[in-house]
Design a protein around this ligand. Structure first.
Ligand SMILES: Cc1cc2nc3c(=O)[nH]c(=O)nc-3n(C[C@H](O)[C@H](O)[C@H](O)COP(=O)(O)OP(=O)(O)OC[C@H]3O[C@@H](n4cnc5c(N)ncnc54)[C@H](O)[C@@H]3O)c2cc1C
Length: 393
């Protein structure tokens, strides 16, 4: 770090903040990326991420795609509802794309982004790991961040602050409040081996306890098992044999018995979204703007589009860098993101509520809905393209 003033300070160098920093590399803006954790080589996170084909295109443009060491293509998605009829299969042909998406690991993505950022000539991007932002302030013309770095407090000014911290620091922004819905659920994740080998098929099965997803992970599956928080704790504590039996009972026999499991971890789930994604000299992106239930694998995909669209808004100002962070720029960006962001939130929240309702009539209606999706190609195309590319379809 050589300056005490930047055009843009990004707070939070998770995958979304990091994607923004990489995307800003080709602009005239000076950028500082602050990340509280150590550099990604030192940080593990076991969660699997299903990336849509749309995200693949963005990551390719950012130079990150070819760096990913593990990526399993998703060639079809099988969706069903436990204890009711009705199912559907989505294929690349339905959405008119070469592949529906890929399953990668959060950690591999994070590390690949870091490698790409580190490789770029650093004339306009500074990156500091181990820097924890403690306070934010804004005025008409400036945003200011205070952060702890190597035992001292540092103060930096910027035309625009970007909050990509997952939403912890919004307490310092009086204009923004979060609306939250605690689903009282956790996602239990683990790598699973099934008796029947299948490569490329993703399974999403709705149950009254919450959805269960088995995502292709080479020849195995990455499990995302949603359950009420107290049940999730028990599931994590089961011995392996009991756990695999329980999973088989819950998921059904489509893949035969489950024969091996990796380590299990649990993530609490909630819907959380900001009343506004912009404030004076400030933008919220990724989980800081909206944290979704992982049911449809939309969270990171949406956050990546936030980052990409924000970088485009900045590059469109190449001769007018002093306009970065002005209310005109922020309003335009916020308007552009509205439909995509609300679409993702409403879609995932609706899936959770509809499919976990025990009412017999509603259960049948959901089954019918899946069958209708299966039979009506234009509907299937509409839904699948929105899942892949966001509201733009
Ligand atoms: C079980 C599970 C499965 C999921 N599966 C999918 C999926 O299949 N597909 C999908 O698209 N999404 C999925 N998601 C969602 C996805 O993980 C998130 O949307 C994504 O990680 C958000 O990235 P982010 O960079 O916005 O936030 P985060 O990943 O939370 O990163 C925030 C970063 O900010 C840093 N930070 C925080 N506070 C400070 C501070 N004060 N100062 C400096 N730095 C700070 C943190 O250290 C962190 O690195 C899943 C989520 C879960 C829980």
């Amino acid at each position: 770090m050589t300056n005490d003033h930047y055009d843009i300070v990004i707070i939070g160098g998770g995958p979304v903040g990091m994607a923004l920093a990489i995307a800003l590399h080709n602009t005239d803006a000076s950028v500082l990326l602050l990340e509280a954790r150590g550099i990604p080589e030192e940080v593990g996170d076991p969660r699997p991420l299903a990336l849509s084909y749309g995200s693949q295109l963005i990551l390719r443009r950012l130079g990150v795609w070819d760096r990913l060491t593990q990526k399993t293509p998703i060639t079809s998605i099988h969706i069903s509802n436990k204890s009711s009829l009705g199912q559907t299969l989505i294929t690349p042909e339905d959405a008119n794309v070469p592949v529906l998406g890929y399953v990668v690991s959060y950690f591999d993505l994070y590390r690949s982004m870091y490698q790409e950022l580190a490789k770029k000539p650093t004339d306009n991007i500074d990156y500091i790991a181990g820097a924890t932002v403690t306070q934010l302030e804004t005025s008409d013309n400036l945003g200011t961040v205070y952060f702890d770095y190597q035992g001292r407090e540092v103060k930096i000014d910027a035309r625009m602050l970007v909050l990509a911290d997952g939403g912890k620091l919004t307490q310092f922004i009086p204009d923004i409040v979060y609306k939250t819905q605690d689903y009282q659920q956790c996602a239990v994740i683990a790598n699973i081996r099934a008796e029947k080998k299948q490569v490329g098929v993703a399974y999403e099965r709705f149950t009254s306890d919450g959805p269960i997803a088995l995502l292709p992970n080479k020849e195995d599956f990455a499990l995302v098992w949603t359950a009420p928080s107290s049940v999730a704790k028990e599931i994590c504590e089961f011995d392996d044999v009991t756990f695999l039996k329980c999973l088989h009972h819950h998921f059904g026999d489509r893949l035969g018995q489950f024969v091996a499991t990796g380590e299990r971890s649990a993530f609490p789930l909630m819907l959380k979204y900001a009343s506004s994604i912009t404030a004076q000299r400030m933008v919220l992106i990724g989980n800081a703007a909206q944290t979704l239930h992982p049911v449809a694998g939309q969270g990171f995909n949406l956050g990546l589009r936030d980052a990409y669209e924000l970088s485009r808004a900045v590059s469109s100002m190449h001769n007018t860098i002093n306009k970065i962070g002005t209310s005109a720029m922020l309003t335009k960006y916020s308007e552009k993101r509205k439909i995509d962001s609300y679409g993702g939130m409403i879609f995932t929240d609706m899936l959770i509520k509809l499919f976990s309702d025990e009412h017999a009539l509603l259960k049948s209606a959901c089954g019918l809905g899946l069958s209708a999706l299966d039979c009506v190609s234009p509907l299937k195309r509409f839904v699948s393209r929105r899942m892949i590319f966001g509201a733009g379809g």
